[in-house]
Design a protein around this ligand. Structure first.
Ligand code: FES
Ligand code: FE2
Length: 362
């Protein structure tokens, strides 16, 4: 790592981001034609586009010559040209292919110049970018981008997203918080505040995360009751959280299934974004109905996070209590242990010893 990169790394070290993971940067549908689209992940400005062969790419939105955003330039289907002095970069590798000002006397090795670029993949309707930590080389092999679990090839799918004025950690612990439901999400179609009751759920460790073991979902949620009535079979739900930011939920009842994934992605240290994708084969649930309720839900979370951000400006002391906030404690421990294991090279210590039952009222 050179001094400049080390400095950049130090500045970014305390932002609380987890590097070396895939993050969704944009919806696939936004990246079309010869358009250059900007995005930001972990405070890194990105320019995204699609080659004429249809492959998506992600470059750092900064010309290595004098730093002007490459997104002001243009894409010819293969090469991104900077708007300032016309340097041209291969879109997929970031390698410089031409510097128009060079004369026949110049010895500069154009091919040794690279614009920052990141691995980029399309999956489940998102463009994912693998954010390797600043100043490090990409490892030889990187895992595939996360994929939503689906069961069969006939299903409906929809995407929702919303931005939160929150640090990634607050976004994530808000996402997995079991105790806010009766207060933030009370509504006639989901559940009433009066339906609050004691729950006991078993959790188990999984690599880089934890699982709420398969169970029958809460009897006070109307949609689950409906599903059970229709199939005549029990409903089972499995909910996983895995680092850096993924919550998945799979509900199954007979041949019917519903699968969803929410990711909370750090944009900057004070902004994160929830991207929610769901797929299902429930014949009685049209996409438009799901979207109406899904948007209400996300809006309720978003409004709460906006209010919380007001309070967090003043750096209050915070509490995590047992058992309702135990998943949040696991998240912080997983994150710290992962960072530690990357630092030392030792295997990551999982904060859970084995299955454990948590009890709370919600
Ligand atoms: S700043 Fe991009 S070519 Fe000069
Ligand atoms: Fe919520």
């Amino acid at each position: 790592m050179d001094a400049e990169a080390a400095q950049e790394a130090a500045a970014q070290a305390d932002a609380g981001f987890l590097w070396d993971f895939w993050y969704p940067a944009a919806r696939s549908t936004e990246i079309r034609g010869q358009k250059l689209v900007t995005a930001m992940l972990l405070e890194v400005p990105l320019v995204l586009g699609r080659t004429s062969e249809g492959k998506v790419f992600a470059m750092r939105d900064s010309c290595p010559h004098r730093g002007i955003p490459l997104s002001y330039g243009r894409l010819d289907g293969k090469v991104v040209e900077c708007c300032y002095h016309g340097w041209r970069f291969d879109a997929c590798s970031g390698q410089c292919v031409e510097i128009p000002s060079l004369s026949s006397q110049d010895k500069l090795k154009v091919e040794r110049i690279f614009a920052g670029h990141y691995p980029c993949e399309e999956r489940d309707g998102y463009v994912w970018v693998y954010m390797n930590s600043p100043g490090t080389r990409l490892p030889e092999t990187i895992p595939a981008a996360p994929a939503l679990a689906v069961f069969g090839d006939k299903y409906k799918v929809t995407h929702l997203s919303c931005e939160l004025p929150s640090h990634i950690d607050h976004g994530i612990i808000g996402l997995m918080d079991p105790a806010h439901g009766p207060f933030v999400h009370q509504s006639w179609f989901w559940r009433k505040r009066g339906s609050i009751h004691e729950k006991a759920k078993q959790f188990e460790p999984i690599p880089n995360g934890f699982r709420m073991s398969p169970h029958s979902p809460s009897t006070n949620s109307a949609p689950y009751q409906l599903l059970k009535k229709i199939t005549g079979e029990p409903v089972t739900t499995t909910i996983d959280f895995v680092l850096p930011n993924i919550r998945t939920e799979i509900d199954q009842s007979g041949k019917m299934w519903f699968s969803s994934r929410a990711t909370v992605t750090p944009v900057r240290r004070d902004i994160c974004r929830i991207d929610f994708v769901a797929a299902w084969n429930l014949f009685f649930l049209p996409v438009w109905i799901f979207r109406i309720f899904g948007k209400i839900f996300l809006r309720q979370d978003q409004e709460t996070m906006i209010q919380q951000a007001e309070g967090l400006k003043h750096n209050p002391r915070l509490m995590l209590i047992d058992d309702a906030d135990r998943p949040a404690k696991w998240y912080f421990a997983l994150k710290a242990n992962l960072i530690e294991s990357r630092r030392t090279g030792a295997p990551m210590v999982h904060p859970m010893d084995g299955p454990v039952t948590l009890r709370w009222r919600s």
